[in-house]
Ligand binder design. Structure first.
Ligand SMILES: CC(C)(COP(=O)(O)OP(=O)(O)OC[C@H]1O[C@@H](n2cnc3c(N)ncnc32)[C@H](O)[C@@H]1OP(=O)(O)O)[C@@H](O)C(=O)NCCC(=O)NCCSC(=O)/C=C/c1ccc(O)cc1
Length: 398
């Protein structure tokens, strides 16, 4: 049974018990990778792997799960603050470790990490107490999963946000098809998800990925003020952050200023049509962001692009839990290397050898068989597999 491999056995009456029973007991490693601090009714969680840009390791996921479950039950906790040490909030899941563990072991060792990460994302998305994420640096992939599902996301002038998974042979997982598909127009949807475009704090605020923009020099004071709250009331917390936040103009070169072009191009039905529409826009005069978008789409894994487009479009009518269940299926197919080795090749090219020259298979969009893409969205044909089991929650956006 998969639950022998995947360590989370969830109590479906609630999240009261997540049994951790790993065969190698790796959950005990890295205890200092998430620092916890009690300040009155506020709990401050700091991601603490600055050298790896706080890439989310398995022990970090488990510690965050443990903390969040305990804090939700504890009446002495009213508010959570999540931040990262160093120049990143979190640069995503520790893909180098995952790639290593699957290459050296069984695909389910990678699935185990996804399983627990997605449960964590779900708990954050349905959390009964407010979470403020301080995004003062790099926020990518899994880092978005820790923050965007939460109630308050504070960007700064140092924030760099991206969902770069298509350049890694993956797709924007962590329930991203839920929040990306709910952003305005096609900006946050197809554009951000497919191209891996980097957004700054002003752009995050403009499209709704961030709820506030606070200059980084005011963050210490913001934290100190939040540490004095005695309530979980969202309006009260929002009013405090409002005192420190400011409106911030978009750069002239921002893709957000090309909203109409984005809507025109990224609303096309297929990735090929999106690419052609963008190329047409460059005939007269090309904005820098269009050139970068075309380059990114051409460099990304073709199969990842097709999976991403479909996942985001399906996400529009799915709840967050359904998006996470879909993501789990997709990840398991990817880990099993059923149709492509692209995720492992992407990890090699970007994080291991760093040649930034992945050899994708299939190597072009026209070689991606639509039936193969369909298969990624279906159940996994393996006796030791089961669908992601989500705990019963009491929040509204289940
Ligand atoms: C643009 C970055 C963020 C910064 O570039 P940089 O300023 O030139 O810094 P470095 O690239 O030198 O990064 C510093 C160190 O952090 C490491 N690092 C930097 N992100 C990472 C990282 N996501 N992982 C694992 N080491 C990293 C990076 O390898 C390096 O380690 P080292 O070579 O030992 O110094 C660059 O590091 C980068 O492209 N990182 C990858 C970002 C990325 O694709 N993130 C989304 C990943 S997808 C995701 O979240 C999936 C999660 C997942 C979950 C569960 C699964 O089972 C499978 C997957």
């Amino acid at each position: 049974m998969v639950t022998d491999h995947l360590i989370s056995l969830l109590d479906r009456e609630g999240v009261s018990e997540i049994v951790m029973a790993s065969s190698d007991d790796s959950t005990n490693d890295g205890a200092d990778q998430v620092l916890t601090e009690e300040r009155g009714y506020t709990r401050l969680l700091t991601l603490n792997r600055p050298r790896q840009l706080n890439a989310l390791s398995f022990p970090m996921i488990m510690q965050l799960l443990n903390n969040l479950i305990a804090y939700e039950k504890d009446p002495e906790v009213k508010l959570l603050i999540l931040k990262g040490r160093g120049r990143a909030f979190c640069a995503g899941g520790d893909v180098a470790a995952i790639s290593r563990s699957v290459t050296e072991g069984h695909w389910t060792s990678g699935a185990q990490i996804f399983w627990n990460e997605f449960i964590l994302n779900y708990i954050i998305a349905t959390y009964s107490k407010p979470q403020v994420s301080i995004l003062n640096g790099i926020v990518m992939g899994g880092g978005a999963g820790l923050s965007i599902h939460g109630r308050f996301r504070v960007a700064t002038e140092k924030t760099v946000f991206a969902m770069p998974e298509t350049s890694l042979g993956l797709f924007p997982d962590i329930g991203a098809s839920y929040f990306l598909s709910r952003l305005p127009g096609f900006f946050g949807r197809e554009y951000v998800g497919l191209t891996g475009a980097r957004l700054d704090g002003a752009e995050m605020l403009a499209c709704g990925l961030a709820t506030h923009f606070v200059p980084s020099m005011k963050l210490t004071l913001l934290e100190e003020t939040l540490a004095k709250v005695e309530t979980s009331d969202h309006f009260a917390i929002c009013a405090i952050i409002d005192q420190f936040s400011r409106r911030v103009p978009l750069k002239e070169s921002s893709a957000f200023n090309g909203f109409d072009v984005i809507n025109k191009c990224f609303s096309k039905e297929t990735v090929e049509e999106i690419l052609s529409a963008l190329e047409l826009e460059t005939v007269d005069a090309a904005n820098e962001w269009i050139v970068v978008a075309i380059r990114s789409l051409k460099k990304a894994s073709p199969i990842s692009l097709k999976i991403t487009l479909r996942a985001i479009r399906e996400g529009r009518v799915q709840r967050v839990g359904q998006c996470l269940m879909k993501d789990y299926r997709l990840c398991c197919h990817i880990l099993r290397k059923e149709a492509s080795n692209d995720f492992f090749e992407g990890c090699r090219a970007i994080l291991v050898d760093k040649d930034r020259n992945p050899k994708w298979d299939p190597c072009s969009l026209d070689l991606v068989d639509v039936k193969v893409v369909d298969r990624y969205f279906s159940e996994v044909d393996d006796a030791c597999w089961e669908d992601l089991k989500l705990p019963v929650r009491h929040a509204s956006k289940l």
